[in-house]
Design a protein around this ligand. Structure first.
Ligand SMILES: [Mg+2]
Length: 324
């Protein structure tokens, strides 16, 4: 084949399933000449083994086969997550409308009649590979966009939008199964002074270091996000206050000891942390907003207590405002 467009998919792996050996050989030969990597299978059973060995990029499937028919095998392929989207072209001597319609409704991407005209088969294979490739590219782009929409570009942590999604589902899970859930609000102390003294580059360096040190001090299943500015929010699922306080203290200590160098000068950084829990007792209820408010109030108290400390929320003192 001299059509340059065909070269795009050269090397694509194609599985030809047909109980007639000659059919397999003829199609296989033509596809190989066109640059494809082709395997043949004389039955659905052999095709299953081929797929297990290497996932094809496209399948040419005969309809009339003993034991498992092409349509039955197609149903099987569409029912399995791994093969549900592999392009399948039915190749059949059956030319009645009903069979063609049934084949397409069963999930075939295309239908070619026997005797096969090779240029037509090659063109249709090319089309299906190209459609599949486009779908793959779009999927990757959509995934990247979704990730970008939920990531803070400076720190690489999830952003507030991403956090809210996780938080909403975690709090409803915690409520339903009566599992304790903790939110810790972290706020860098005197961050404005850092920005004033070291400029925004210095401030950014601090935020980046903070993110990686805090992430490392937390447990793998804790979720940390950049909540905004120099404020970070940590979600600790399946955690009670006592355990959460230990984790928060470890993070506070790691931040105090962290070494941020900016233009040859060390920047001292500390963090204040407010910790609040919900659903610790069986009869306790708490809304999304209320839990965040509790953590906020505890954070205010940590600031009021002189900063660089961890304070847990308690209802009696919850409404005290910070001193400055
Ligand atoms: Mg047959």
């Amino acid at each position: 084949m001299t059509d340059p467009k065909l070269k795009t998919f050269e090397g694509s792996h194609i599985l030809v399933v047909d109980d007639e050996k000659t059919n397999v050989m003829v199609v296989q030969r033509a596809l190989q000449i066109a640059g494809y990597d082709v395997v043949g299978a004389g039955s659905a059973e052999k095709a299953r083994a081929c797929i297990k060995h290497q996932m094809p990029d496209l399948i040419l499937l005969d309809i009339s086969m003993p034991e498992v028919s092409g349509l039955e095998f197609l149903t099987e392929l569409r029912g399995q997550s791994k093969t549900s989207r592999v392009p399948v072209i039915l190749v059949s001597a059956l030319t009645d409308t009903e069979t063609i319609v049934t084949g397409l409704q069963t999930g075939a991407n295309d239908y070619i009649m026997k005797p096969v005209e090779m240029p037509v088969l090659l063109a249709r294979v090319q089309t299906q590979l190209s459609v599949a490739e486009r779908a793959r590219v779009l999927e990757v782009q959509a995934g990247t966009l979704a990730k970008l929409a939920h990531t803070d570009p400076l720190t690489g942590l999830i952003n507030r939008r991403g956090f809210v999604e996780i938080y909403t589902s975690e709090i409803s899970r915690a409520r339903r199964y009566k599992r304790s859930l903790v939110v810790a609000m972290m706020d860098l102390d005197h961050f404005k002074n850092i920005n004033d003294r070291y400029g925004h580059a210095g401030g950014d360096a601090v935020l980046k270091s903070f993110a990686s040190i805090a992430r490392a001090a937390l447990r793998t299943h804790d979720v940390i996000c950049r909540y905004g500015g120099e404020e970070f929010c940590v979600l600790m699922p399946e955690t009670k206050m006592r355990g959460a306080m230990r984790v928060a203290e470890r993070a506070r200590d790691a931040i105090e000891k962290m070494n941020v160098m900016h233009e040859g000068e060390p920047i001292a950084v500390t963090v204040s942390i407010g910790v609040a829990s919900a659903f610790e007792d069986d009869d306790e209820d708490c809304t999304e907003e209320a839990l965040l408010e509790r953590a906020d109030k505890a954070l205010y108290r940590a600031k009021a207590a002189g900063r660089n400390c961890v304070v847990s929320y308690s209802p009696e003192e919850g409404s005290k405002k910070p001193l400055n």
